[in-house]
Ligand binder design. Structure first.
Ligand code: FES
Length: 166
């Protein structure tokens, strides 16, 4: 067996180590994510399709909404309550809840997101869904407890916020 380390092999090995090191750093940053537990509302205050605005994980706008039916990631008695960062994934404009159409709509370039489908982007230039916020119910109170990546829909990264802050 030839144990001589050629320049080519050295460069290939270096590239693999570098990629692994970057992956570890990224994973490490994500695992240290600063995602505070924050009380959002009481279950008794929630009405279907009337959003509750709040700031999360820091001062970024977010909204909790009861979509009126069981949905993936939903909490509450019907598993129908979900929450998202409301910063558009296209260029960061705040999106608005259109209760009549049951969607989040961005006023800047008309991206549309479906809160009943984990915040999926369904129209417009955004190619990623709204970052979903994990919720937890304790003693009739709803808490935001972190950001939730949704496979194939959203990375869970809030627009404009460094990944070690989400
Ligand atoms: Fe929302 Fe462009 S910023 S669609």
């Amino acid at each position: 067996m030839d144990t001589k380390l050629t320049r080519r092999k050295f460069m290939q090995t270096g590239a693999v180590v570098t990629a692994e090191a970057v992956a570890e750093v990224v994973a490490g940053d994500m695992s240290k994510a600063a995602t505070p537990h924050k009380k959002i509302a009481s279950l008794s205050e929630i009405k279907a399709w009337s959003g509750v605005a709040f700031l999360y994980p820091e001062s970024q706008p977010a909204m909790l909404v009861d979509v009126g039916k069981q949905v993936p990631g939903g909490v509450g008695p019907q598993r129908s309550i979900v929450a998202f960062s409301t910063l558009c994934q296209h260029m960061g404009c705040p999106v608005a809840l259109d209760a009549a159409d049951q969607k989040f709509v961005c006023p800047c370039h008309n991206s549309i997101y479906d809160p009943a489908r984990e915040g999926m982007a369904i129209a417009g230039p955004a190619i990623e869904g709204l970052p979903m916020i994990a919720l937890k119910v304790e003693n009739n109170e709803i808490y935001a407890v972190g950001m939730t990546p949704v496979k194939g829909i959203s990375s869970g990264l809030v627009y404009g916020l460094a990944c070690d802050k989400t």
